[in-house]
Design a protein around this ligand. Structure first.
Ligand SMILES: [Zn+2]
Length: 439
């Protein structure tokens, strides 16, 4: 009896510790990784003549690129403490995700940088600094950041807060905003591409008024104007039940819709896993980095129309994608020690092709007079996560896998053919693992 008691008491203690451990883990998850979005969709009708409602990929003309500057701000505690040691690396992953997703719609993001900034002390706030308890805290934070100069007027500004009571992300619901907030634990996940989609006027797919029918001849057809006004996203009244923060009609293991719900004219919703997975759906545990063609067309049409005039200052050129975001080129003289080679943003397929010209500094983007071969000395996939390897080897030009129309033309640019190093030191160059090493 005594022994039994001992065992059960010990078991109890084990169970209790386990429960506390699970609670801690799940609380940590809730703070860092849970993705729910606090953006409210604008109920205003779309402006006339901006959106075609089209879903035809060939209408996109994605070879006519729109390139947007993007800048990131990581919010620290007031004493400078950063609770997210991988944040700078995660930002690069986020930039890659944005490009991998949006490039197919002819939208490109030029990474302009990442800065850590300290939250002010907020004596009247329950945490004393910028943990975002409510939506208003986000807007107060942006006002503070803008006043402090932590806002680039010529870029999309992404504020990476630590935690928020409302979940993982938020963007203004205006048509054409250029800032958003993303929790630091979600920057490399779907949260960033979701909030940027809001900036580009893409709404959540949930709607209480959109009808199930996709038949344009059906009198109940309203998919082109109701809800997200995108025809190739299935109508749904929302997957998330906010009262229980649960998903009563979604099998979260398969991300399949298992409900028999009707729209407000009594027709069953037609919802497939790809609709549950959509980046703008609210089955958040299932959300993937995926948008439909219709959503991409809407984003691109918003950029082209630029109704509020907010997008225009954020535009940059294709040439900027051929510029490093960090590091510098070796030109002549003693090699700096340590040497910070030029680094290029991830998210593109690069080939660094053998080239020849009299160009100890890389030739300007506009100058295509150099000669080059199809021999790649360094090949980088858009999915590459070894970010320090994306550099520009000597004696190569940069080829980015862009489908460019005239007048952009050639996508191999900027020959870097520098013989100074070899001449200065008498050393040789060699190849190692397909990477040109300057000895
Ligand atoms: Zn959202």
């Amino acid at each position: 009896m005594k022994t039994k008691f001992k065992i059960s008491s010990r078991l109890n203690r084990i169970f209790l510790s386990l429960a506390v451990f699970i609670l801690i883990i799940s609380t940590m998850d809730a703070q860092t990784d849970d993705f729910t979005c606090a953006t409210t969709d604008s109920a205003d009708p779309d402006p006339m003549g901006v959106y075609s409602g089209g879903v035809d990929f060939t209408s996109l003309n994605p070879c006519d690129p729109i390139v947007l500057n993007i800048y990131f701000w990581g919010i620290n505690r007031p004493n400078g403490q950063n609770d997210f040691p991988n944040r700078a690396n995660d930002v690069l992953r986020g930039v890659a995700n944005l490009n991998i997703l949006y490039n197919e719609f002819g939208i490109y993001f030029k990474y302009r940088g990442f800065e850590e900034i300290d939250s002010p002390t907020l004596p009247n706030d329950s945490n004393g600094y910028y943990v975002l308890e409510g939506v208003i805290d986000y807007f107060n934070m942006v006002t503070w950041a803008t006043n402090e100069g932590f806002r680039k007027p010529d870029a999309f500004n992404v504020y990476l807060f630590g935690w928020a009571g409302f979940g993982g992300g938020i963007a203004p619901n205006l048509s054409g905003s250029t800032h958003c907030g993303v929790n630091s634990g979600g920057i490399s996940k779907v949260t960033l591409v979701h909030e940027i989609a809001h900036n580009l006027t893409v709404k959540h797919t949930r709607s209480s008024t959109e009808h199930a029918t996709r038949d344009i001849n059906d009198p109940n057809f309203n998919a082109d104007t109701a809800g997200d006004a995108v025809v190739d996203t299935a109508a749904n009244s929302g997957f998330r039940d906010n009262s229980c923060a649960c998903y009563p009609f979604v099998d979260l293991t398969t991300c399949s819709y298992i409900g028999f719900e009707e729209d407000n004219v009594g027709e069953f919703y037609q919802i497939f896993p790809i609709d549950v997975n959509n980046a703008m759906g609210d089955a958040y545990p299932c959300s993937q980095i995926h948008l439909t063609t219709g959503q991409g067309i809407r984003a691109r049409e918003a950029l082209i129309a630029d109704v509020q005039g907010n997008f225009d200052p954020t535009l940059t050129t294709i040439a900027s994608l051929y510029e490093p975001y960090a590091g510098e080129y070796f030109v002549s003289g003693p090699e700096p020690n340590p040497y910070n080679p030029p680094l290029f943003q991830p998210g593109f397929n690069y080939r660094f092709l053998e080239c020849e010209c009299n160009c100890p500094e890389p030739s300007p983007y506009e100058d295509v007079s150099f000669s080059y071969t199809n021999n790649s000395l360094l090949t980088i996939s858009k999915n590459n996560t070894s970010f320090s390897s994306i550099t520009h080897p000597n004696h190569t030009a940069i080829q980015i896998d862009l489908d460019l129309c005239e007048p952009y033309g050639q996508n191999t640019r900027r020959c870097y053919d520098n013989w100074n190093k070899a001449a200065d030191s008498g050393t040789v160059t060699k190849f190692e693992d397909n990477v040109l090493i300057i000895m």
